[in-house]
Design a protein around this ligand. Structure first.
Ligand code: GTP
Length: 599
């Protein structure tokens, strides 16, 4: 294939600005899939996902485009997730491209993740094409959006396509801009030693690990002996192909192309996203610049509700890790919850997504404990340890100091919410740094804040205060000494390790009180009285009591009212599903989540 006809690109955007809708329109316009077929296809692949318990992601698609100048082009559209938690994933998709389409919603303007994604694209030296979306909406303000893009990001918007991804208006301009602005990989050399970047993986029961790759140099074909440069593992290629988005076998891939490779790889550990594939017989001297291994920021204990599912759970984690190299985990036991894993995440959304994937794709029912950051403890004997689980906090007598991670938070907001957001940041122990003026209406508020406070319901509060208009992003800036204590919860006098948390002393009393009150509303009555206590060390700081059952609820109903009775039974049954027996008290999953939302 002529390399000058190839364009490799991603679409980047703040969440909800219309990335997926634009991708759909592009698929239609290039006749890659019919409107009806497309939906079917997406549904089909989800069904297969469930059936086989694997993930088929629409991660890269090859499109053919017949341009206005009469020439034919091949596009590789590489999918990226939109949320800030996945900036790691975005960055690896971008490393496989030469350009990025930046979608900005004309009713919202530039937002925090618009900026974060632009920085990632710039780090990868990509050509960025700004596209202004949702111009069909009456509240669209094209001029202001253009101004913001020019002032905040510094991209020229004179020729930016003004589109409606929903109606399809001017979407063709985007395709023309891709041809005219994004460079082709024309310098990619087919004859150089093979170097192909692995930017994604999934597991297929028949093919083994299927790697999504961008061939930078050289050629790759069925029968080749390939070497994975990081692990030095050698395999013989069984299938090579592209996605259209149907999986199509092509037998080979050349420099500049994007596609997939299978080599009957069953040893999941051999494959790392970011690694370089070369040929065993004529290896490249140096791997491509990979991705740095990033450290998770948030940890949570995941436990299967049904303890016999532990091996399945372990296998599911291994498979998810294939396509998500930011995921880390190690076995953990909890007195309350039994055997499980401590899992590390990039942020709260990442945690939710992984939990959902484990439950949906692998049919597991899981209990997740309250997320925790990594605390650094200096003990009185001089030893420094890190803990990612509050339950592991040693006796306070042996601790000389505790440090916690701090982040620099940048909040982009309409001017009228600045006051309330500053109050929120102060309540979250934030230290004010700066207030930047974007234009006459928008501000960027900058604070330093403990990461743990962002985990505690920051996002929801930010959204409700700003009526959804503010957005934020954060970067780790280092560890700082804080006045922290471990807060324990006792049910029926038994300490429930899964409820323990580390909190700033300032909040300990209040959180203890709120949590005991909340647990009282969430825990079902038992046939005995259950005291709920919050304690710091041996000192109980709050207490509530759940009274014992008095009457069977059923007797409250009229004996003839069978359908209501049935409903009540069903309700009780549904409620039972997510219960965990702790000591002799039944605790619903919501109770573990409640720990997150305490004020
Ligand atoms: P994430 O995948 O969640 O990051 O969001 P996204 O950026 O892919 O946004 P998505 O395409 O899901 O669009 C978000 C919402 O905006 C959806 O309800 C779309 O229907 C709507 N939307 C997208 N483009 C347009 C547009 O041009 N006009 C209008 N009126 N609505 C649009």
């Amino acid at each position: 294939m002529e390399k000058k006809a190839i364009r490799n690109f991603s679409i980047i955007a703040h969440i909800d600005h219309g990335k997926s809708t634009l991708a759909d329109r592009i698929l239609e316009l290039t006749n890659t899939v019919e409107k009806r077929e497309m939906q079917n296809q997406i549904l089909d692949s989800m069904a297969i996902e469930r059936e086989r318990g694997i993930t088929i992601k629409l991660n890269s698609v090859r499109l053919k485009y017949h341009a206005k100048n009469g020439e034919d082009f091949i596009f590789h559209l590489i999918d990226t997730p939109g949320h800030v938690d996945f900036s790691y994933e975005v960055s690896r998709s971008l490393a496989a491209c030469e350009g990025a389409i930046l979608v900005v919603d004309a009713t919202q303007g530039v937002e925090a993740q618009t900026l974060a994604n632009v920085y990632l694209a710039l780090e990868n030296d990509l050509e960025i094409i700004p596209v202004i979306n949702k111009v069909d909406l009456p509240s669209a303000d094209v001029e202001r959006t253009k101004q913001e893009i020019e002032q905040v990001i510094g991209l020229d918007c004179q020729d930016a396509p003004l589109i409606s991804a929903k109606t399809g208006l001017n979407v063709e301009d985007v395709l023309e801009a891709i041809i005219n602005k994004i460079p082709s990989p024309q310098n990619a050399d087919n004859n150089a030693p093979l170097r192909a970047l692995i930017f994604d993986n999934y597991y297929d029961p028949y093919l083994g690990v299927v790697m999504s790759v961008r061939v930078r140099e050289g050629r790759l074909k069925v029968g080749d002996k390939i070497k994975l440069m990081a692990t030095e593992a050698v395999y013989e290629v069984t299938e090579v192909g592209i996605k259209t988005p149907k999986v199509v076998k092509t037998g080979f891939l050349e420099a500049g192309e994007v596609g997939w490779v299978a080599a009957s790889i069953k040893t999941i550990k051999d494959i790392h996203v970011g690694d370089t594939i070369t040929l065993a017989e004529n290896p490249a001297s140096k791997p491509l610049e990979g991705y740095k291994k990033i450290k998770p920021m948030v940890y949570s204990g995941f436990y299967p509700l049904d303890t016999t599912k532990y091996p399945d759970f372990k296998e599911a984690l291994e498979k998810i890790e294939l396509s998500d190299s930011a995921l880390v985990y190690e076995p953990e036991t909890s007195q309350a919850l039994g055997f499980g894993f401590r899992v590390g995440f990039l942020g709260l959304l990442h945690m939710e997504v992984i939990q959902e994937r484990l439950e949906r794709e692998y049919n597991l029912d899981l209990i997740a404990t309250a997320p925790s950051v990594i605390y650094r403890l200096t003990l009185t004997n001089g030893e420094v340890i890190e803990i990612d689980n509050p339950a592991k906090m040693p006796n306070s007598q042996t601790i000389a100091k505790i440090e916690e991670p701090f982040v620099l938070v940048k909040i982009m907001t309409p001017e009228e919410h600045v006051g309330d957001l500053m109050q929120l940041c102060q309540n979250k122990l934030g230290v004010y740094r700066d207030l930047e003026v974007v234009d006459d209406q928008r501000r960027i508020l900058i604070y330093e804040m403990p990461l743990a406070e962002i985990i505690f319901d920051f996002f929801n509060k930010l959204k409700s205060i700003s009526k959804g208009y503010a957005s934020f992003e954060y970067d780790l800036i280092g560890y700082r000494v804080s006045n922290l204590v471990k807060l324990d919860i006792l049910l029926n006098s038994d300490l429930v390790d899964a409820f323990s948390m580390i909190v700033n002393k300032k909040f300990a009393y209040q959180r203890g009180q709120v949590l005991t009150k909340k647990l009282k509303t969430l825990l079902p009555r038992q046939n005995f009285e259950v005291p709920i206590q919050a304690a710091i060390g041996n000192k109980v700081i709050a207490r509530e009591t759940i009274k014992a059952y008095r009457k069977d609820v059923i007797w409250k109903l009229h004996a003839a009212d069978i359908s209501r009775k049935k409903k009540l039974f069903e309700k009780q049954k549904a409620g039972k599903k997510r219960m965990k027996e702790i000591g002799n008290v039944e605790v619903p999953q919501e109770a573990f989540i409640a720990v997150l939302k305490l004020d």
